[in-house]
Design a protein. Structure first.
Length: 574
């Protein structure tokens, strides 16, 4: 960009910041309060993907960040623009995804006087952001934007979403060139935290002593793929992924025992967590779920080291640096492993995977005559490449997809269980990963949240394939009502609407599929003509793994019924 030689507006300063520090793409929805920034960004050549709902803009920014490692950026107008965005911000907060959300705000003279779209936006956003700030002083604004980006990346704690609002009258103010310092537009060097030698020695000793080590990948595993593989190879430890780390380790790696998750967690004597909190997906680290394990925790922030269980060793470091150091230290003397336990889990994993693959190709239709979801997922898996990007969204179909599909990258609603991410994630993934196949698999219920973003996919040529697993209902809840609420089904059934017709009306190639045999060619056409949608009729008689686990019933102590029972026994409850 040309040097600043004359006074420019604050809006122009913000646009220059986005051009210098932001990713290749900004996700936004128009509004008068942010129009000054929008116009300046267009003048500078910033790529803007304009969406149909602010929530989708933030979801897209999150998917972009997850797939590229950059800070995702969204821009929304004041008032309802911010409230619409809060769900996406909350999802990124729980996932610790670095985002910068720029919001408009009414001019300062009108604040508190009943202005159009005037709300306490900062107070609303503060509990679910790393920083929420109103930038009301033009002179300080470049430095404040620089600080906001640093906080999003995790300076001073976790990475996560940051929201800054800028009143429109501030955007129209002019700054002298002397007040705009180049240093605030320069990218900061990568944040790298070296492991402390004493912590590293403790971790090495634990891994050397362990007979049944189990590594569980979290957010920290994504950027440390090669280092994690080196550690697994050096130690002979087994590996489980989670929603935060799917795709970090290829399913073909011999350490992977995903199909034996419960047995691996029960039998491990050392659990190594890579940037992973002990949330509900890991039974909060309870001895009821991990009865024999000590913990070794590796993370970049205190929150990744101290929740749930006290670790026998804690390594606060950039995961790749810690894993490389551990692999090197253990390369010549890794320790003695319980080979019988390891081989039992590996062989069990292989056997279960073979059984799953057979079911994916042979599962019978339901009593309603529609195909089993596994047949749909089996056809999708056959159509994917090793580096494909998979997005899964919903309750029922997500439960099937999470165990049935493998890909180079994987995104789903995450620990917040934020349905509706499927279409916006798919749009952003197609834009962030050109040349890679992107498939977004959605339950018909989840699809409804952001279905209009198909229009965004067409307008911005985002070549994703969107698949709707159409079973006419919220099937996990429907099953719960059938089993636990006397069969009183209410609010859990939908029409088998023609989503292919909807997609065609928005300009996509779309087909409605009822027969398994039609899937391979339909998928081939969809990838060739993407963006495209397949509305696939699946059976609601197929009971998903999450439905049978008791997850929908929301047990008191643990997320899953078997864990809840074990927790009750541990506490001496009947």
């Amino acid at each position: 960009m040309a040097a600043i030689t004359a006074p420019i507006t604050v809006a122009a300063v913000v646009a220059r910041f986005l051009k210098a520090r932001g990713p290749a793409t900004l996700f936004a929805l128009q509004g008068g309060h942010i129009q000054p920034i929008w116009d300046e960004a267009v003048r500078l050549g910033v790529r803007i993907v304009d969406v149909r709902d602010e929530r989708a803009a933030v979801h897209m920014a999150q998917a972009w960040a997850e797939l590229t490692g950059e800070v995702g950026i969204a821009m929304v107008t004041a008032g309802p623009g911010v409230t619409n965005a809060l769900t996406g911000i909350a999802n990124a907060f729980v996932a610790r995804t670095p985002l910068l959300v720029i919001a408009g705000a009414p001019p300062r003279p009108q604040t508190g006087a009943g202005a159009l779209q005037d709300l306490p936006q900062i107070e609303l956003a503060r509990p679910i952001t790393r920083l929420a700030a109103s930038l009301r002083n033009a002179r300080n604004l470049p430095a404040q934007l620089d600080q906001a980006m640093a906080r999003a990346l995790g300076d001073g704690g976790d990475s996560g979403p940051v929201l800054v609002e800028i009143p429109t009258d501030v955007l129209r103010e002019r700054l002298e060139p002397a007040l705009i310092l180049d240093e605030h537009f320069a990218a900061r060097p990568p944040r790298e935290l070296q492991p402390h030698p004493r912590a590293l020695a403790q971790a090495t000793a634990l891994l050397r002593e362990a007979r049944r080590p189990l590594v569980i990948g979290g957010r920290g595993a994504r950027a440390a793929r090669d280092s994690l593989i080196r550690l697994l190879d050096a130690t002979g430890a087994l590996y489980l992924d989670t929603q935060e780390s799917r795709g970090a380790i290829p399913d073909s790696h011999p350490a992977v025992v995903a199909a034996m998750r419960g047995k691996a967690m029960r039998g491990a004597d050392l659990v190594v967590l890579i940037g992973r909190r002990l949330d509900y997906q890991l039974g909060y680290g309870s001895p009821a779920v991990f009865p024999q394990a000590r913990f070794l925790r590796i993370g970049e922030s205190a929150s990744e080291l101290g929740d749930g269980r006290r670790a026998a060793a804690e390594v606060m470091a950039t995961p790749a640096l810690a894993l490389d150091a551990l692999a090197e230290a253990l390369s010549d003397r890794p320790g003695t492993r319980d080979q019988a336990w390891i081989e039992s889990l590996r062989s069990g994993h292989v056997a279960r995977q073979k059984k799953l693959h057979a079911e994916m190709s042979q599962a019978m239709p339901g009593a309603d005559g529609y195909m089993h979801p596994y047949r749909l997922l089996g056809a999708i898996q056959q159509a994917l490449d090793p580096d494909s990007v998979v997005v899964a969204d919903g309750g029922d179909i997500l439960s099937f997809a999470r165990i049935a599909l493998s890909a180079g990258a994987y995104l789903d609603p995450g620990a917040l269980g934020c349905l509706g991410v499927g279409v916006p994630y798919g749009v952003a993934a197609a834009l962030a990963c050109p040349g890679r196949k992107v498939v977004s698999i959605n339950g018909d219920g989840a699809f409804g949240f952001n279905a209009m973003e198909l229009d965004t996919a067409v307008r911005h040529d985002a070549p994703a394939v969107f698949v709707v697993a159409n079973n006419g209902g919220w099937n996990i809840e429907r099953y719960d009502q059938m089993i636990n609420y006397g069969g009183r089904i209410n609010g859990a059934e939908l029409r088998r609407s023609d989503y292919a017709a909807l997609a065609r009306g928005l300009g996509l190639h779309a087909e409605r599929i009822e027969q398994v045999e039609a899937l391979p060619e339909a998928l081939a056409r969809a990838f060739a003509r993407a963006p495209a949608l397949l509305d696939v009729q699946v059976s609601r008689d197929a009971v998903s793994p999450d439905a049978t686990s008791g997850l929908a019933g929301v047990p008191d102590l643990q997320a899953l019924a078997t864990w809840d029972e074990a927790e009750r026994k541990r506490g001496g409850q009947a």
